[in-house]
Ligand binder design. Sequence first.
Ligand code: AMP
Ligand code: GLY
Length: 440
Amino acid sequence: MNESILIVGSGAREHAIAAALARSPQQPTLLCFGSATNPGISALTTAYTTGNITDPEAVANFATTHAATLAIIGPEAPLATGVADALWTANIPVVGPTAQLARIETSKGYARDLLAGYRIPGNPTFRRFASIDGVDAFLARFPTRHVIKDDGLAGGKGVKVYGDHLHSLADSLQFCIQLADLRHEFVIEEKLEGEEFSLLSFCDGKTLRHMPAVQDHKRAYNNDEGPNTGGMGTYTDADHKLPFLATSDIAAAAAINERVAAALALECGAPYQGILYGGFMATSDGVRLIEYNARFGDPECLNLLTLLDTDFVAICRAIANQTLADLPINFRNEASVCKYIVPEGYPDRPRKGDPVVLPTHLPEDVALFLGAVDLRQNELISTGSRTVGLVATAPTIDEAEALCESVAAQIPGPFFHRTDIGTYSLIARRVEHMRIVRTA
Ligand code: AMP
Ligand code: GLY
């Protein structure tokens, strides 16, 4: 059967998804329902429409009209509104969970309760709140070591960490009052100390296949300074581990993902079919869970799909048919470094509408993915968010970093990127931080 695969979403993550599907020997037909025109994706698709990607009916109609045989959903917003449910109802199998299963990402309290209820290790001390009743007493247990999270999706603005965004108990209480006034539920939890890493798994509801561990960089500027962003860049190592992690840390994270998938199947009475993304912290006390995402990370996806050796169409089909157990999956044993080129002022007051001039020649081991761009009168322009994602692969992180940086430095105009991601000195700092944490 010649697959006809719908991609929902139109950022750099979805460009990477389209590119991985397009290099399949099965030569699938690709379709895209996006929120903007991404020329990187449209060059690979036979039908492309822009619209409201969170409208289940609109997406299902487009998929049916174009005889999609399979769909993959990139971002979290359409998962939350039940786009996967509508596609399954239209008899189109989906890589990406139904709204009920996506609660592992869309409700932070649900994720914490699931771990607690099934005695899965990894939770910090936490409590869910629907009002400010009891907040004072709970905060008093760790007055300078807590994190407050809006329960629902808040586009990265819903989490405040004591010491970073909150500087006194009065600040913390004020944030809780603000959430309660909005009638938002929230979670207060103990602040964990350590190094963060992501472990993503392909999941068909029964079998999980883990991907190489990745580290993201959330802060906008070098040395982890400046405001939080969606992620400025990521790296992976050739052994699929990270320099500051022990093999046992990866095994612990993999076991948590496996137990969470099993718990979700029991809890929801339905299989989780999609990408399960665990965001973890390696601490003095072992691996702890920060949060779950129900999709590929952005930029994690750019590294991972660039390194993927196995036919991605076969993987998506196996997720849909629940046959992952029969499919060996391989990633190249190379390191990768990804850097995002973003507009000046990103993330708080980004410039928009500037021409994006791409390098005319890309080295063989560099992949380029277009993100927040649009085509206006045939000119590529930036739309105010992460604009171009570059991924370099090489035998070592150092070499991948140098290669990535050499291309990033060629992109002219009012844009910037982090020059430190993947450098020896930044990684040495992570390793040293982890050594101090583990010996504390
Ligand atoms: P989240 O949206 O849950 O990923 O939170 C955003 C960021 O807040 C994470 O990437 C962490 O850097 C930080 N964070 C969240 N929860 C905790 C925690 N319990 N302890 C320390 N940092 C946290
Ligand atoms: N890179 C973090 C995320 O996709 O949520």
